[in-house]
Design a protein around this ligand. Sequence first.
Ligand code: FAD
Length: 318
Amino acid sequence: MVRDVVIIGSGPAGHTAAIYAARANLKPLLIEGLARGGIPGGQLMITNDVENYPGFPEKITGPDLMKSFREQSVVQGVDIITDDVNRVDFAKRPFTVWTGEGDGATAYQARTIIIATGAQARWLGLESEAALQGRGVSACAVCDGAFFRNQDVIVIGGGDTAMEESMYLSGLCRTVTIVHRRDEFRASKTMQERVVKNPKIELVYDTVIEEVLDVSKGEVTGARVRNLKTSEVKVIPCTGFFVAIGHTPNTDLFQGQLELHDNGYIRTKPGSSYTNVPGVFACGDVQDFTYRQAVTAAGSGCMAALDAERWMAIHDAH
Ligand code: FAD
């Protein structure tokens, strides 16, 4: 059986693409993931309160929001498989994607593919950081900064992302302390100048995080840090701890099959979801290293479904 469309990924982008494709009578199959590249439901499954997704004046939790996305897909008749795509062949049409491995692999063929495999925030890897995720530890200032209005926060990192997150937080928080392991930032000179001039931002160089405090209280109260040059250990008090050391797009599957940016994100034609392979579309965080929000991911999922439907109407009768 050759399907009209197979969608890979079940975050806001994948489900929105699925809902639009189902309503266009494309009978989509959505492969929602299992363990590779995140979990079914995507990044919002690891956050608590979402206050900026339109339509929910009372905040909603990330898992509840994604449960609603999934229910809406089911209501619209989307077929959902809980598995990972482990291999793809975009070299010939119909396209093929495989779940499972070796003899147990299952192939699915489709006239169009929509990739919505998202990205993952990079973390420091500390147990205390993991234990306090969603309780003061975050990887997204735009998402969670407002929870720390007039409070003291720490930002970890030294690249453009860390500078941008710090500038954003300085508009909301009482103080922002950037902690960086080296003696200079990697960020562009312009970004650095803006940060250095900002009276709310303090810079701490040559310093690593030993522990995020306080797991026993179930909330962030500060960070124990160590200066790499002097070995001095001290606690910087804060209620918010923002890790801004970058994101990894889930694109290892597509290496050699699709054109990627140097940073690993899928390259799409500006203003659309078209990749360099006609009939393969990409949406959400897997192709967006600028906005990275649930609402922009959902919007681009809608674009991908409409692009796929229109592309089939022109090139490849159903
Ligand atoms: P993702 O949500 O990353 O979903 C990707 C999907 O692809 C997952 O279902 C995964 O299982 C699947 N997948 C990956 N590889 C495969 C594979 N090989 N086979 C099958 N499936 C695969 N945004 C907001 O707007 N508001 C917020 O408050 C907010 N808070 C956040 C808090 C945190 C801690 C984080 C990390 C992010 C937050 N974001 C927030 C950002 C938001 O979560 C992302 O922008 C959004 O989830 C991106 O959606 P997506 O569909 O592109 O990808």
